[in-house]
Design a protein around this ligand. Structure first.
Ligand code: ZN
Length: 346
């Protein structure tokens, strides 16, 4: 069978549509599949090491976490910040985690529950009508709120350094902190009727093909096949193409994710440490502790110097975003007047 060439040159696994079967094959070729013991949360923080603190799947329940999240240099949130994308949940998360804890850098991605972050899910009305029925979200109020100014980016602004908080929101994009490269992507193999769904096989591999080969820490919402992805029903939820991308091409030091709450924990394949940091358990209780790890600070600059640089960069980002917002408001007002307005943005 002729295969379409993927940008990365990687091949889709022939069993990738059936993760359980696929893992039975793939695991035979795995050199290492070992559990990793968690680092104690009270481990001291050193000037020459960057402390990462990872949470995921807080699903709007961040209030009890205020005192449970240890300090660190970087806080990572791997998606499902909210239960249904309600802006108020994001505002609450900010109040609980964004301001109350002292992490100079905070990086997040969205997950399947963060419905309003996914313009492809939200704007075709089918998405929000269905989610309103199923999850009790006041979709009309939410829709009004989102469309009044600048689309789904209004959600990002709630979090980001150009808006109200100091999270860096990644959406198939990268950032660098303390000289360490981090890439984030929200997609998961199709999972019910939720946001950021993508078909297994070549379609999802196109998303993973965007991950730069020099990524040190990869953040996705869902797990790769075989590592911290086993469901309560002993099924495998992970993505074969994500595992291939990690093992054959990107080889990050750490891969952080969540999504499958019951598979919380850490494993290694001898090359990458896989961290399922799902904070909520299957009962939606935020009882799983945050996960921490350290990476060496590259020589050349102190942590304090990096933090000072960030503060300056944030001011510029804010100014640039204000300009974009004003331009967009103007354009949309003109479109509304002309009857050509379609509120659809990335
Ligand atoms: Zn999820």
């Amino acid at each position: 069978m002729a295969e379409k060439q993927q940008p990365s040159g990687l091949e889709v696994h022939e069993l990738s549509d059936d993760p359980l079967e696929c893992w039975e094959e793939v695991k035979k070729t795995q050199p290492v599949q070992e559990k990793v013991e968690p680092m104690p949360l009270d481990t001291p923080i050193y000037p020459d090491k960057v402390r990462f603190v990872v949470v995921s799947d807080t699903e709007g329940k961040t209030w009890p976490l205020r005192r449970k999240i240890p300090p660190g240099d970087v806080l990572l949130h791997c998606g499902d910040m909210s239960w249904d994308g309600d802006p108020n949940e994001i505002i609450r998360m900010n109040d609980d985690l964004g301001n109350a804890q002292d992490h100079p850098f905070k990086i997040c991605i969205a997950g399947n529950h963060d419905l309003t972050f996914d313009p492809h899910f939200w704007w075709p009305r089918i998405g929000w009508q269905t989610c309103g029925d199923r999850w009790g979200l006041d979709v009309e109020a939410c829709h009004e709120w989102i469309r009044k100014d600048y689309g789904c980016e209004q959600m990002h602004e709630l979090l980001s350094e150009h808006g109200n908080a100091n999270w860096t929101y990644l959406f198939d994009s990268a950032t660098e902190v303390y000289g360490i490269k981090i890439y984030g992507s929200p997609w998961q193999p199709i999972f019910g009727w939720w946001a950021f769904n993508e078909r297994r096989g070549d379609r999802i591999l196109y998303k993973w093909d965007k991950i730069p080969a020099d990524t040190d820490i990869l953040m996705t919402h869902g797990p790769p096949l075989g590592f911290c992805d086993e469901t309560r029903g002993k099924d495998r939820a992970g993505c074969a193409e994500l595992l291939t991308t990690i093992q054959k091409r990107v080889k990050p030091k750490y891969h952080c994710f969540g999504h499958i709450h019951e598979a919380y924990g850490q494993m290694t394949d001898g090359q990458t440490t896989f961290i399922n940091a799902a904070t909520c358990n299957l009962d939606r209780k935020p009882d799983n502790p945050p996960v921490i790890f350290d990476m060496p600070l590259p020589p050349g600059k102190t942590k304090e110097e990096y933090v000072e640089e960030k503060k300056k960069a944030d001011v510029l980002k804010k100014e640039a975003w204000e300009k974009t917002k004003q331009e967009r408001r103007k354009k949309w007002a003109e479109q509304r007047a002309a009857g050509t307005y379609r509120c659809y943005t990335h």
